[in-house]
Write a protein that binds this ligand. Structure first.
Ligand code: PLP
Length: 441
């Protein structure tokens, strides 16, 4: 891993200039790196990335989660190569996608049927539409701080700077019609009593409750998901788990297996496409049947179609990934690597004396610079974002890539990678200003 020269080759500088000219903000919608550290990816293998100038990076972004086996895993590459020879998309039922649907239904507790989409955003969008069609209601409940992609219903109170009183929604983006705000009720994550009170008033208007079972970095408090399950069952409101991050990551059956609570529908994405664009709505047959075109022309039909949905290249990449994940000991190893890193970071933080903590589960976590207890979005607002930014920048300078507020672990990360990462993290923590208090303390 190079920490020496940050100078770019003229080729990389030219690509960055073209990107700045032709891509808004020079990016793809992902967050911007500091100007002097921005790089252009040339290739990835295992836990590593290389930029166009030849510098090596240790990757904890992992394509924002899908690359649980690491980059260019030989089994995935071989499966994709073979499929390429047979055509890359058909817009028709094909063997790989049917095999993947079968496997998803075998693996994921709530899944009886599957409708494929290309992105997680579409998966949550169509899960909500199916729930509306089944329940014959229109509003939805989501949780403050929860992220379900970038459609109009999802981008409500995901990152409100000044949260409103529950259940009022705050749009996270320009361009969303105001009328949508009234269609979304926002509740506090991990606060079952408030959810219960809101449902007592609004249940009859609701088509669905959608939740990230593990919200961003926040784990559910004991009883929260089971309580949600009981309440939504009581009111017969479909419960949707957004498992785009947690599916096949927390366990083979996702968060619903890991936490032992089964929703009515779920959204899957990331890992199921093995690094290709593929996502899915999965769930109860009686709700999923709304997608059946034989209902076309009836008030129960849910229209959903996409040119690349059910893409066979993505399907074989996903299937090859799932084969690796089913191998004995795969999850034990993944959790072990994650635990070594997460517990290592926790220990470093303890020694540093900084007001900071590591939160999340073993395979997705990050440092949050506050010593307040963190169970919901509002508590997360007490964190010192500038400290995290400085930490991330220091790590990037030394060749460690991570998300702005998240770190993913893969099966490709070795003990050596973990040891090297902890060395850099230790130095990064030492580089942070000691006297600084948390931003809102
Ligand atoms: C929980 C969750 N849901 C939905 C999405 C949207 O998925 P996509 O980016 O594939 O549209 C994401 C993306 O990161 C996510 O984290």
């Amino acid at each position: 891993m190079s920490t020496a020269s940050r100078t770019r080759t003229s080729e990389e500088s030219r690509i960055l200039e073209v990107a700045a000219e032709h891509l808004p903000g020079g990016v793809l919608g992902s967050s911007r790196m500091p100007e002097d550290l921005a790089f252009v990816v040339k290739r990835g293998r295992g836990s590593k990335l290389w930029d166009v100038s030849g510098r090596e990076y240790l990757d904890y972004l992992l394509g924002s989660g899908p690359m649980i086996l690491g980059h260019a895993h030989p089994a995935v590459v071989a499966a994709v190569r073979e499929q390429l020879e047979n055509g890359t998309t058909y817009f028709m039922v094909n063997e790989p996608i049917v095999r993947l649907a079968e496997e998803l239904c075998r693996a994921v507790p709530c899944a009886e049927q599957v409708r494929f989409t290309s992105t997680g955003t579409e998966a949550t969008f169509f899960a909500l539409r199916a729930a509306r069609a089944w329940r014959k209601r229109e509003k939805i409940m989501k949780f403050e701080g929860g992220y379900h992609g970038s459609h109009d219903y999802a981008l409500m109170s995901s990152t409100p700077k000044a949260p409103k009183a529950f259940p009022a929604a705050t749009p996270d983006s320009a361009g969303i019609p105001h009328v949508i705000e009234g269609e979304v009720l926002v509740a506090p994550y991990n606060d079952l009593a408030t959810v219960e009170a809101l449902l007592a008033v609004h249940a009859d208007t609701l088509a669905a409750v959608i939740v990230e079972p593990f919200q961003r970095l926040l784990a559910p408090q004991p009883g929260f998901l089971a309580g949600l399950r009981a309440l939504t069952t009581r009111y017969q409101i479909p419960l949707i788990f957004d498992e785009v991050v947690t599916g096949f990551r927390f366990a083979y059956g996702g968060a619903q297996e890991y936490y032992g609570v089964v929703p009515d529908l779920c959204a899957l994405g990331k890992i199921i496409g093995g690094g290709f664009p593929l996502a899915a709505v999965a769930g109860r047959r009686d709700i999923m049947k709304a997608f059946d075109p034989r209902l076309d022309g009836t008030p129960d039909f849910v229209a959903q179609v996409g040119t690349l949905n059910g893409n066979p290249v993505a399907a074989v990449a996903g299937l090859a990934t799932l084969v690796e994940l089913r191998k004995p000991g795969a999850y034990a190893r993944l959790h072990q690597t994650g635990r070594a890193l997460r517990d290592g970071v926790a220990e470093l933080l303890k020694r540093s004396g900084l007001p900071a903590q590591v939160i999340g589960e073993t395979t997705v976590f990050d440092i949050v610079f506050t010593d307040r207890p963190l169970t919901d979005y509002r508590a997360m607002l007490t964190a010192d974002g500038a400290m995290l930014k400085a930490f991330n920048t220091y790590c990037l300078e030394r060749g460690i890539v991570k998300g702005k507020e998240k770190l993913y672990v893969s099966l490709a990360h070795s003990d050596e990678d973990v040891a090297r990462t902890l060395e850099v993290f230790e130095a990064a923590l030492r580089s942070l200003p000691r006297s600084r208090q948390t931003a809102r303390a």
